[in-house]
Design a protein around this ligand. Structure first.
Ligand code: AKG
Length: 308
C-alpha cells in the first residue's frame, strides 16, 4: 500500500485550481480496494448488536440490532492499520503535497468511511467542509476513495465546479450550525453539479470550500467512501482549540509550523453546535429544508425542498 504513487499532470493540477476538485482514475488497484472492502465488512459486522451509535459507529435512523444499518465508520484509521497506512502513503501524500505544500497534517486524524448501503444509504446535503472547520488559511482538502464502483444510482459525490472560489454560504438553520446549505435560502446551480462516478479505487481530491453533496442510494449496490482530510501545517483551526502536542501528532509530512499563515477569507463560525450533534448526519437533521430525497422510513423528520 506504500508503493510510490503518481503525480498530477499540469492539466490535472489546473483542473483542481479551476474546478475545486480533480479525479484520478485507478490510483488504487483492485487488490487494494478489495482488501479495504473486506476490512470494512468485518467492521460493519461488529455493529450487529448495537442498540445505538457510539464512538465508532454512526447508524442509520432505521437501524435496529436485528437489522443493522451503519452509515458511517467514524474512526477507520484508529480501527485498522490498513487505513492508517494508506493515509500516510506516498500514493496519497505525493498528490496532496502538490496541492497544499510539503507540510501536511490530518485535520481529522480518525478518517471516516461513509456507507451508503444498497436501497437506503443516506443522502448528504450540499455543504462546504470549510463551514465546519475554518482555519487561518484554506489550504485544506479531502481525499475520497470509493471502495465500490460508483454509478449515478448508488449516490456518487456531486461537486459544483468552481464553487470553491465563491462565497461561503450559511450552514445554519433554526439558530444552530446544521452543516448544510439551505437550498431555499440559497438556490444555487445545483443542477450543474458533476457526479464523480467511476470504479473503486478512483480517487478524488476536493478543496475545502467546494460545494458538494450526494443523493440517496436507490440501487441494489452499496457505495462505501473512505475519506481522509488534510490541511497545510501552517493552517491552524479557528475553532475547537488544539494543543501543540495534538497538532504535532497529526502531522504526516513536514514539520510543525508555529507561525500560522493568515489569509483574508470568508469565515462563519460553526456555532452554536446543535444539541443533537453527533457528526454530519445528525447535524444535518436540523436543516429547515433539504434538497435530497431521504429513505421512506426516515421521512417524518425531513422536509424536502422541491428544487431538483
Ligand atoms: O459521503 C458522501 O457522499 C459525502 C461525504 C461528505 O461530504 C462528508 O462526509 O463531509
Amino acid at each position: 500500500m506504500n508503493r510510490p504513487g503518481r503525480l498530477l499532470t499540469d492539466e490535472e493540477f489546473e483542473l483542481y485550481e479551476e474546478h475545486g476538485y480533480v479525479v484520478i482514475d485507478d490510483l488504487l488497484s483492485k487488490e487494494e480496494t478489495n482488501r479495504l472492502s473486506e476490512i470494512v465488512d468485518e467492521l460493519v459486522a461488529k455493529a450487529a448488536n448495537l442498540e445505538r451509535g457510539d464512538d465508532y459507529y454512526d447508524l442509520e435512523p432505521s437501524h435496529s440490532p436485528g437489522n443493522p444499518r451503519v452509515r458511517r465508520l467514524k474512526k477507520p484509521i484508529f480501527q485498522h492499520e490498513a487505513f492508517d497506512r494508506l493515509a500516510r502513503s506516498s500514493t496519497i501524500l505525493d498528490i496532496v503535497e502538490q496541492l497544499i505544500g510539503n507540510g501536511i497534517r490530518l485535520t481529522h486524524p480518525n478518517g471516516k468511511i461513509n456507507i451508503k448501503a444498497a436501497e437506503y444509504g443516506s443522502p448528504v446535503e450540499w455543504h462546504q467542509d470549510w463551514a465546519g472547520y475554518p482555519h487561518t488559511n484554506d489550504d485544506l482538502l479531502s481525499v475520497s476513495i470509493p471502495l465500490d464502483d460508483v454509478e449515478l444510482e448508488n449516490g456518487p459525490l456531486l461537486m459544483i465546479p468552481g464553487s470553491h472560489r465563491g462565497p461561503v454560504y450559511s450552514h445554519h438553520s433554526n439558530g444552530v450550525f446544521c452543516s448544510a446549505i439551505d437550498p431555499v435560502r440559497d438556490p444555487l446551480d445545483y443542477d450543474k453539479a458533476v457526479p464523480l462516478t467511476g470504479k473503486a479505487g478512483t480517487v478524488s481530491f476536493h478543496h475545502v470550500r467546494t460545494i458538494h453533496g450526494s443523493a440517496l442510494n436507490t440501487s441494489a449496490r452499496s457505495r462505501r467512501l473512505l475519506i481522509y482530510q488534510y490541511g497545510a501545517t501552517d493552517a491552524w483551526p479557528l475553532t475547537g482549540g488544539i494543543s501543540i502536542d495534538s497538532f504535532r501528532e497529526t502531522i504526516v509530512r513536514g514539520d510543525l509550523a508555529v507561525q500560522p499563515r493568515l489569509e483574508a477569507l470568508p469565515v462563519r463560525l460553526p456555532l452554536p453546535v446543535a444539541p443533537n450533534y453527533d457528526g454530519l448526519y445528525t447535524s444535518q437533521e436540523n436543516a429547515s429544508n433539504r434538497y435530497f430525497e431521504v429513505h421512506g422510513s426516515d421521512r417524518n423528520s425531513a422536509q424536502n425542498a422541491d428544487l431538483r
